[in-house]
Design a protein around this ligand. Structure first.
Ligand code: MRU
Length: 360
């Protein structure tokens, strides 16, 4: 996507320095920092500490991690063990294990001298595939927004999103944001309510930055405002991303998503989840029981980051000695989801419908 007129992606292979580079998303929106990933430990740190985040991007970063692992591993066992370390960097987004396994299985059939090039090419292919998936999600999703716009006779369509499921999380277009970009490009009048998404404020810091750079009208709200807006007909549709979705339709996404889905149900507002097929977990039936929910450092809750006269800084919010608990994701049961917007079209959040769209 374009930032100040320049094409940029959240991850790329820099041919001049022969290194993998990423936007360090921790610094946005007040600073634009690029980080180089040279070792498997760099990759694991970038994923754990959230220089990169968002399910598809974590997957692509893991895929490049396998390429980096081939540069430093002497034996198949060592390579496999580095891949296991990569896969355990964050537990909830299924894209990470999926992408690491995909690159590893692609290269293991090759002679060792060919593996490094093959791994880099496969990682690049996954990145292109995810970008194309998001473009298609936009193409399918825009129809839903157009329908609402027609019903409202051209009045502004108000969409609500949670966290950042934009291009920063996905290579290009985003998942939840792809239909928004497509609607904007086709001249539909839209406005986005952006949940700030505590504790790390991916909505306020990243989604607001992305939409603003693209010229899309948006308003940042507290995480708790959505229910009130829905009760007062100020939200026409909710679109969120996901980190792992069972084939039965349960959706793990950033903490707080479930509450938005409950409020949407109570107010008869469509609640859509946009996802590429790499985010389906084809092994899990019961999301609530079986999707691992990441618990992160409580300091992410205790401290809040912002800009103080041009300098990014952290401040302590609760009393110094109050404990905090940081559950990073929750699971929205399929019954609260109106539908999935995927690269193959739109379907119900139900096993039969998902399997009809993705047979085999
Ligand atoms: O903790 P994060 O920032 O990695 O969480 C990201 C989300 O919850 C996104 O909504 C999800 O990964 C979908 S990204 C297209």
């Amino acid at each position: 996507m374009k930032v100040d007129g320049k094409d940029i992606r959240p991850i790329w292979f820099d041919k001049d320095s022969e290194t993998v580079k990423v936007i360090d998303q921790r610094a946005l929106p007040h600073e634009f920092v690029v980080a180089e990933l040279k070792t498997v430990d760099d990759v694991i740190t970038a994923i754990k500490e959230m220089y990169v985040r968002g399910a598809p991007l974590i997957g692509v970063t893991g895929a490049y991690g396998v390429y980096i692992a081939t540069l430093h591993s002497e034996t198949d066992d060592e390579l496999a063990s580095e891949c296991r370390r990569l896969k355990s960097a964050r537990p909830t987004a299924v894209n990470l294990a999926w992408a690491v396994d995909k690159v590893l299985s692609e290269i293991l059939s090759k002679v060792p001298e060919k593996r490094t090039d093959a791994a880099r090419e496969e990682a690049a292919k996954i990145a292109e595939w995810e970008a194309e998936n998001c473009r298609k999600i936009g193409e399918y999703g825009v129809g839903l927004i157009r329908e609402i716009s027609q019903k409202k006779e051209g009045q502004t369509v108000n969409l609500l999103t949670h966290c950042n499921a934009g291009w920063l999380a996905c290579i290009e277009y985003g998942t939840a944001t792809a239909p928004m970009y497509a609607a904007y490009e086709s001249g539909i009048d839209i406005h986005i309510w952006v949940d700030e998404t505590r504790p790390l404020n991916q909505g306020a810091r990243l989604t607001a930055w992305e939409l603003g750079k693209h010229g899309i009208r948006h308003t940042v709200i507290t995480d708790n405002a959505g229910g009130h807006l829905m009760q007062h007909a100020m939200v026409d549709m909710v679109i969120v991303g996901t980190d792992r979705t069972t084939y039965t339709g349960d959706v793990a996404n950033k903490i707080g998503t479930y509450l938005k889905a409950l409020a949407a149900k109570d107010n008869n507002i469509p609640f859509y989840v946009a996802l590429p097929s790499s985010t389906f977990d084809w092994t899990l039936r019961d999301g609530l029981a079986d999707i691992p929910i990441e618990e992160r450092d409580p300091d992410e809750i205790r401290y809040i980051q912002g800009s103080d006269q041009g300098r990014t800084t952290n401040v302590l919010v609760p009393p110094e000695d109050s404990p905090a608990a940081n559950y990073a994701f929750d699971v929205t049961p399929a019954r609260l989801v109106t539908g999935f917007i995927t690269e193959r079209g739109i379907c119900k959040a139900a096993e039969d419908d998902v399997k009809r769209l993705f047979p085999g």
